[in-house]
Design a protein around this ligand. Sequence first.
Ligand SMILES: NC(=O)C1=CN([C@@H]2O[C@H](COP(=O)(O)OP(=O)(O)OC[C@H]3O[C@@H](n4cnc5c(N)ncnc54)[C@H](OP(=O)(O)O)[C@@H]3O)[C@@H](O)[C@H]2O)C=CC1
Ligand SMILES: O=C(O)C1=N[C@H](C(=O)O)C[C@H](O)C1
Length: 268
Amino acid sequence: MTILNIAVAGSTGRMGRVLLEMIAESSDMRLSAALDQKDNPFLMKDAGELIGSPCGIPIKSDFVSALPGSDVLIDFTRPAGTLAHLAICRNAGIKMVIGTTGFSAAEKEVLKAASEDIAIVFAPNMSVGVNVMFKLLEVAASKLLNDYDIEIVEAHHRHKVDAPSGTALRMGEVIAQTLNRDLTKVAVYGREGVTGERAAETIGFATIRGGDIVGDHTAIFAGIGERIEITHKASSRKTFAVGALRAARFLATQRNGLFDMQDVLGLR
Ligand SMILES: NC(=O)C1=CN([C@@H]2O[C@H](COP(=O)(O)OP(=O)(O)OC[C@H]3O[C@@H](n4cnc5c(N)ncnc54)[C@H](OP(=O)(O)O)[C@@H]3O)[C@@H](O)[C@H]2O)C=CC1
Ligand SMILES: O=C(O)C1=N[C@H](C(=O)O)C[C@H](O)C1
């Protein structure tokens, strides 16, 4: 069996720690590098200590010297961090799984350009359920057409720094594309005061932040006399980590190109 060497950026973060656990449990993968920021309090500590099982891999911040020998870097950090790591991976020919959200349109173009040289899976949500939900949204939007008002509601833990979530935005993109609308023109991000009546083709977004909510997403199609709600609720970050490891295995077969979880899961 070929063993995949996996490096983890943001290894001390919420997703980073779950990834360390899942890699340790995978017989076809080994942790080749655990990385984080320069001022991180866990630097040079054994990464395995974070998950209660020392593994001899110290947490480092120098990506350039730590990455050679890795097949794939899995990155769940922040856009600025991911873009810095991307430049190093592109140079070193190391593939990437990117779960970070909150990129601007211009930053997404940088990811696309890098994928000319390396293979990248970039997805705002790595769970199977959410990716199947994207397909359900296509079906719902294509059947309900313009007779139903569409609102997207998402809820996450108190530590989340970007809003709406990357998943909510992708839900909006999927629905807008199915209905031939331009999300940049029809999106309404929150409402306050005397807003006037709802404009017919808008897609509204509402954000809830609190406690330890892992990630809830609902698309509401509200018509006259009825509504459909399509909801996904994540109850563990393991669902995202399992998807990220699946994406890393998928990348073993790709030389370059930009992919998402629809490609990894064969849902296109
Ligand atoms: N695609 C998916 O399926 C999912 C995506 N996400 C996304 O992943 C990202 C991380 O989420 P989460 O793990 O909860 O966040 P955390 O804040 O728990 O972890 C982020 C990690 O990245 C590090 N980091 C922060 N900024 C930088 C930077 N500029 N350069 C390098 N490293 C940095 C942090 O280090 P330090 O602590 O030192 O700041 C920390 O170790 C978010 O964008 C989130 O939306 C989350 C879950 C699922
Ligand atoms: O920050 C999180 O936690 C999550 N972020 C992703 C997003 O922004 O869509 C995915 C998931 O919902 C958890």
